[in-house]
Write a protein that binds this ligand. Structure first.
Ligand SMILES: Nc1ncnc2c1ncn2[C@@H]1O[C@H](COP(=O)(O)OP(=O)(O)OP(=O)(O)O)[C@@H](O)[C@H]1O
Ligand SMILES: [Mg+2]
Length: 234
């Protein structure tokens, strides 16, 4: 296994027919590191995260997870390692009940039903919604849906958690549960967020994206200082 667990190497990206939105990104994240991805709206955070598990592919350059370059061919293998929580939780919930959604990944991996149940219970417990197991997802509040979406990823027991705005819509209790859950996650975390309090609790290192470029790769405090200046100058 390589020392650098996720690396972005000379990565540039354009959406089809669009302008380039990520420019020559070089970034290395070590196994077990927790890193925040900060930046103003539209700076390219979600676009960068979607390249970590083969939902988008670089226009040039590459992404490597562990020892595996992310390609169309390796994407299924990479997705077993990288658990991605999307910016919109509705993209992740489509089964009749919350428990079915959380069980979907483990069942897909053909795990024994006893193991599936264990994982579902643990994941729902971790995000503080065990009582919602039998609820249909469409009946949940925004914050409850967010928690359920996070549980669908935790139940896969990934090596890397990639989270896009995981605390959006969460109340203070749910935020605290999220911080606790992520603190207990012993592997790599890459977190795009505007929630600086969440980042303060979790990620000593921060990458600051601005207009598709890395403006700083530094301590969280320093990155927040630069971000604040950027916000003032816009
Ligand atoms: N599906 C898409 N098709 C074309 N352009 C897109 C698409 N998604 C995003 N973009 C463009 O790519 C750029 C980066 O967007 P992105 O969603 O990655 O920003 P972000 O940093 O995640 O913003 P936010 O903080 O608002 O979530 C923006 O200019 C946006 O307009
Ligand atoms: Mg985004």
């Amino acid at each position: 296994m390589s020392h650098h667990y996720i690396s972005f190497e000379n990565l540039s990206f354009s959406y089809p027919k669009g302008p380039e939105v990520l420019h020559d990104i070089n970034l290395r994240i070590t196994h077990g590191e927790r890193v925040a991805l900060l930046g103003l709206n539209g700076s390219g955070k979600s676009t960068l995260l979607l390249q970590t598990n083969g939902l988008l592919f670089p226009s040039s350059g590459r992404v490597v997870v562990g020892d595996v370059p992310v390609t169309r061919k390796t994407a299924p293998e990479v997705r077993r390692r990288v658990g991605m929580v999307f910016q919109n939780p509705d993209d992740m919930l489509f089964m009749p009940t919350v428990a079915d959604d959380v069980a979907f990944g483990p069942r897909n991996m053909k795990l024994p039903e006893q193991e599936v149940t264990r994982r579902v219970n643990n994941a729902l417990e971790a995000v503080g919604i065990p009582s919602l197991a039998s609820s249909p997802s469409f009946m949940l509040s925004g914050g409850q849906r967010r928690a359920a979406a996070i549980a669908t990823v935790l139940s896969m027991e990934p090596d890397i958690l990639v989270l896009d705005e995981p605390s959006a819509n969460l109340d203070m209790r749910a935020c605290k549960a999220l911080v606790k859950t992520l603190s207990e996650f012993n592997h790599t975390i890459l977190l795009a967020t505007h929630d600086l309090e969440l980042a303060r609790n979790l990620t000593p290192r921060a990458i600051l994206l601005h207009e598709g470029r890395i403006l700083a790769d530094t301590s969280l405090d320093e990155a927040i200082g630069i971000l604040s200046q950027l916000a003032d100058s816009h």
